[in-house]
Design a protein around this ligand. Structure first.
Ligand code: BJW
Ligand code: ZN
Length: 246
């Protein structure tokens, strides 16, 4: 695979790297994306499952859907794309992974500095008293568990539509974007806000935007470089070539 020589030398000179990732990075781990032809939301309507009112209306159904997705994630593993990103911590001074994914695969791949904008499917909390249930071992995946302290419903710690992103996390992501020399945008349609502002903010502060996706997105015209191909193929090859240059 041949990359633009100018891009390679810009990456080589960089110290602060941001990876802004979406569902596409996990596609090759066997985890469905949301939009697009094989997307989760071709079959299911997000408004029926991915918002708080849907959960209140039918908590068992929403809980069961998340337990099913969690099971698929547990049974699969990080792919060469996640591993290449984790490898970058050995190459660059400062690497931040800002992910919209809730699947925890970046951490499982070994990335240390991970900012999860939309939460984490492995974590849960009580909707009433906010007690955390991060190591919940549910015996019944079909019925939403209740808080042992107040009886409230326990929900997955995921940001649904209409909900605020975790404040400290979003602020840290903005800071990393503003400080970045290169911002890789990997496997995201970049249509969900405010997350999609992150690469735009990076560019406003002088970062170079490098998109990696199997197809053009909302962001393509905004990126300085677009590398079209599967993340699990493009990223390992790119990291290999950077390693050879460093
Ligand atoms: C590959 C590949 C391979 C495939 N290699 N690539 C401004 C304008 C318009 C609307 C809004 C706005 N600001 C806020 C909104 C509303 C809303 C929003 O953005 N709506 C738009 C969709 C229109 N945002 C919110 O509600 C957010 N909250 C908020 O704004 O709070 C403030 C507020 C409070 C109160 C009232 C009003 C406002 C919260 C958003 C939370 C999003 N959560 C979700 C679902 C979580 C639940 C769950 O997991 O079930 O998070 S939405 C879903 O989309 C998920 C993802 O993280 C997110 C992004 O999707 P992503 O990752 O980009 O995936 P895809 O499938 O879209 O794309 C995959 C890409 O991969 C494609 O491009 C493929 O080509 C590519 N690909 N294989 C490389 N192998
Ligand atoms: Zn409670």
């Amino acid at each position: 695979m041949e990359f633009d020589k100018r891009l390679l030398s810009q990456i080589k000179a960089a110290n602060n790297i941001v990876f802004f990732t979406g569902a596409g990075i996990s596609a090759e781990s066997g985890i469905s994306t949301f939009r697009g032809k094989d997307g989760l939301w071709n079959k299911l309507k997000p408004e029926e499952l991915a918002n708080f009112n849907a959960f209140l209306k039918n908590p068992d159904m929403v809980w069961e859907w998340y337990q099913l997705r969690k099971k698929i994630i547990d049974e699969n593993k990080p792919n060469p794309g996640h591993l290449a990103i984790a490898d970058c911590e050995n190459i660059f001074e400062n690497v931040t992974v800002i992910t919209q994914n809730v699947d925890n695969l970046h951490r499982r791949a070994g990335s240390k500095n991970v900012l999860e904008l939309h939460g984490n499917i492995e974590k849960n909390y009580c909707i009433k008293c906010k007690t955390r249930y991060d190591d919940l071992k549910s015996t019944n995946d079909k019925k939403v568990p209740k808080c042992t302290k107040c009886g409230g419903l326990i929900r997955p710690d995921i940001v649904w539509f209409g909900e605020m992103l975790p404040l400290g996390v979003f602020e840290a992501a903005e800071k990393a974007a503003m400080n970045s020399d290169i911002c890789f945008v990997v496997g995201t349609s970049a249509v969900v806000f405010p997350a999609a502002n992150i690469p735009q903010l990076a560019r406003q502060y002088g970062s170079i935007i490098v998109e990696i996706n199997i197809e053009a997105t909302e962001l393509t015209s905004y990126a300085q470089y677009s590398l079209f191909g599967a993340a699990g193929v493009v990223l390992p090859e790119l990291v290999k070539q950077i390693n050879e240059m460093k």
